[in-house]
Design a protein around this ligand. Structure first.
Ligand SMILES: O=C(O)CCC(=O)C(=O)O
Ligand SMILES: [Fe+2]
Length: 314
């Protein structure tokens, strides 16, 4: 897995070596200039956005209640001051056993009408959602990393051509807060777009599988009963035409995950990160449309042939 320093990566080099050929890369020291890099702590968010109601997320992008019916929505303040500390090594109140820790994935969907509104970014976004509020109020805390092209974007329409994702929100972007132990199971990002994951704090272990392995994955499987990719025995993984690439990202890093690449992300040190997705140029947009038609919209990815089991001991 390639790793380069932000000071040595020009937008032209990024385009030629990584974006066009769809090769992942980790860029170190990518966020040094962001005010967010120093200011975004759990305390900061608990103070600034503590009253906002948030929906907890499990190990895929579904409601946490699927794995723990007692815990679904809470306020961001309570989540950060009551739930997060339970996952610290020296926690007084240990977390429940057998269920993954809950993430906050920046957005609280409010049904079709709210979703449609969110699509239009700043124009009519629903202000009570954490993701929307945070992007609106924290615009000056961050900007697109300098190695990314400045213009020429073809998706999403809120940044069409002009870049500046901090000035135009999109419903599928956000600030991710994950206590240690959280796993987002193997998936491809919806809409078949490229992602950048920018680590403000903490550490994540990523398993990446190239898009060429698509025929070996299906999106039909049990989110509860199928194991995480990391736990699938090697004899099943051996059927893949490629090996998963493992890497660690930490504070200050930005990882570029090309469109249609599978990824499973485990938070190994409690973390705050910002992520957004994009396509660049018309051929990229057309390629993504082809991906939609041939391999589908994206989502959870289950390796073919792995049997269901009570692997979590629920
Ligand atoms: O950090 C994570 O747990 C997963 C991030 C991710 O893959 C996504 O937002 O699509
Ligand atoms: Fe993802």
């Amino acid at each position: 897995m390639a790793r380069v320093d932000a000071a040595e990566l020009t937008p032209e080099a990024f385009k030629e070596k990584y974006l066009r050929p769809c090769r992942p890369v980790i860029v170190s020291n990518a966020l040094n200039e962001w005010p967010a890099f120093k200011r975004w702590t759990p305390q900061f968010f608990a103070e600034e956005f503590g009253d906002i109601e948030v929906r907890l997320q499990g190990d895929y992008f579904y409601d946490y209640k699927a794995v723990n019916p007692k815990m679904t929505t809470t306020t961001l303040g309570e989540y950060l001051t009551e739930v997060w500390p339970r996952y610290d090594a020296d926690a007084q109140t240990p977390p429940p056993k057998g269920v993954p820790p809950p993430n906050i994935r920046y957005q609280q969907q409010g049904g079709l009408r709210a979703d449609i509104k969110q699509i239009f970014g700043w124009l009519s976004g629903p202000t009570k959602y954490f993701g929307y509020e945070a992007f609106r109020r924290l615009q000056d805390h961050w900007f697109a990393p300098r190695f990314l092209p400045r213009g020429g974007y073809s998706f999403p329409w809120t940044v069409f051509a002009a870049g500046q994702p901090n000035r135009r929100w999109f419903y599928d972007w956000g600030i991710y807060m994950s206590p240690k132990g959280t796993v987002t199971r193997m998936h491809t990002d919806g809409s078949r777009t490229h992602a950048v994951i920018m680590m403000i704090s903490g550490k994540k272990r990523c398993l990446l599988v190239p898009s060429s392995a698509s025929p070996w994955f299906s999106n039909k499987g049990s989110l509860i009963k199928q194991p995480y990719f990391r736990d699938i025995p090697d004899n099943y993984k051996a059927q893949l035409p490629v090996r998963a690439i493992e890497c660690i990202v930490e504070a200050g890093d930005c990882i570029f995950i090309p469109k249609s690449w599978f990824h499973e992300v485990e938070t190994t040190e409690s973390s705050i990160m910002l992520t957004y997705n994009f396509l660049h140029g018309v051929p990229d947009l057309l390629g993504s449309l082809v991906d939609h038609l041939t391999i589908g919209w994206g989502g959870a990815a289950f390796l073919e042939g792995v049997p269901d089991s009570n692997w979590r001991g629920l």
